[in-house]
Design a protein around this ligand. Structure first.
Ligand code: F6P
Length: 359
């Protein structure tokens, strides 16, 4: 097999396990195939620069990456390269600069680690520049189609579950309603998975509608059973009863989900009189040491992605299906958004446990 020089970049929001995937790519590409691996800084932005911003990744530097949170390469979820924000306030298509950066580095192929949005962008650039792209899915939201696991999801679920475990005791001590607001963007995977594991009494996800009256009915039902507290987990993208999204505009003018916990608290308190508190878990779900499962998935994906390059099977994404790594064409992966299935096992399990999950 001939010598290759490959690039690797992380794109979109960070999560735990990205570094474990970078390590696996280096182990396989350098250790097995004796290729060269260049780590590209700050997602595609590293390729826009001239000279491109990249570092050579060696076997001796990657050992501790297995446990390190974040991404050693940096990343961004800002700045679509096709409408890149320039310093003078205008927007500019920088895709050709990225293609030029790939060639300037002399890359034979590139591995992009990203969520569905990043993957769509990377694929468009690869198609335009005829670049050899292989993709690895990552996102705490776990909403990339076709794959059962994306890197980062399991760690986020562990963090949210631990938060519920902690809230449980303080809720019981004070006879309170405790609301935990978690991330997940447009899908409720973190909320439903952590909610079941962490013993929530109410799980609210964007895929299923709810009523405040039925949440208050749940409080009453529990009181009749001699239970004086209620644990609620709500996904950030859950809407108001009227169907409006709850969003905040941050200091940079960016619009993000946020505030559904407070919305619910006000209404639950007004309707039931229960003392209610809100915890917004936020970026704690993205940071920290990856769970063993995320390390495993990241390692398997990293090795398989390099093997795809060895086979010259480009325009494919590695996925986790039935305990196996399977590669699928990237267009197939990004064509299917993976929301929580309202008639799936998790929903049935939650309802079977007596959890209020909406109507
Ligand atoms: O997509 C990952 C994610 O963490 C979402 O769950 C969340 O809505 C969003 O990113 C937060 O983005 P930012 O880091 O820009 O605040």
């Amino acid at each position: 097999m001939g010598q290759k020089r490959i690039g690797i970049l992380t794109s979109g929001g960070d999560c735990a396990g990205l570094n474990a995937a970078i390590r696996a790519v280096v182990c396989r590409a350098v250790g097995t195939y004796d290729w060269e691996v260049l780590g590209i800084r700050q997602a595609t932005q590293g390729l826009m620069h001239s000279p491109p911003q990249a570092i050579r990744l060696e076997l001796e530097n990657v050992d501790s990456l297995r446990v390190a949170g974040g991404t050693m390469l940096g990343t961004t979820n800002q700045g679509d390269p096709f409408a890149f924000p320039m310093s003078d306030g205008t927007r500019c298509d920088r895709s050709e600069d990225i293609i030029a950066g790939y060639h300037q580095l002399g890359l034979d192929a590139i591995i992009g680690i990203g969520g569905d949005g990043s993957m769509a962008i990377l694929r468009r650039i690869a198609e335009q520049g005829k670049l050899n792209l292989v993709a690895i899915p990552k996102t705490i939201d776990n909403d990339v189609g076709v794959t059962e696991h994306s890197i980062g999801f399991d760690t986020a679920v562990n963090t949210a579950t631990e938060a519920l475990d902690r809230l449980h005791f303080t809720a019981a001590s004070h006879s309170r309603v405790m609301i935990l607001e978690v991330m997940g963007r447009d899908a409720g995977h973190i909320a439903i998975t952590a909610g079941i594991a962490g013993g929530a009494d109410v799980i609210l996800i964007p895929e299923i509608s709810y009523t405040i009256a039925n949440i208050c009915h749940k409080i009453k039902e529990r009181q009749e059973q001699g239970k004086n507290y209620l644990l609620v987990i709500v996904s950030e993208a859950v809407r108001t009863e009227a169907g409006d999204p709850v969003v905040i505009t941050n200091r940079l003018g960016q619009c993000r989900y946020g505030g559904i916990g407070d919305y619910l608290a006000d209404r639950i308190c007004a309707c039931s009189g229960a003392e209610t508190r809100v915890t917004v878990l936020g970026h704690v779900q993205r940071g920290g040491t990856p769970s063993p499962l995320d390390r495993l998935v990241a390692s398997a994906f990293g090795v398989a992605a390099v093997d795809l390059i060895a086979e010259e099977k480009y325009d494919h994404m590695v996925t986790w299906q039935n305990r196996q790594v399977v590669s699928v064409p990237i267009p197939e992966a990004i064509a299917q958004y993976q929301a929580v299935d309202p008639s799936g096992t998790l929903v049935k399990t939650a309802r079977g446990l007596g959890i209020y999950l909406g109507d």
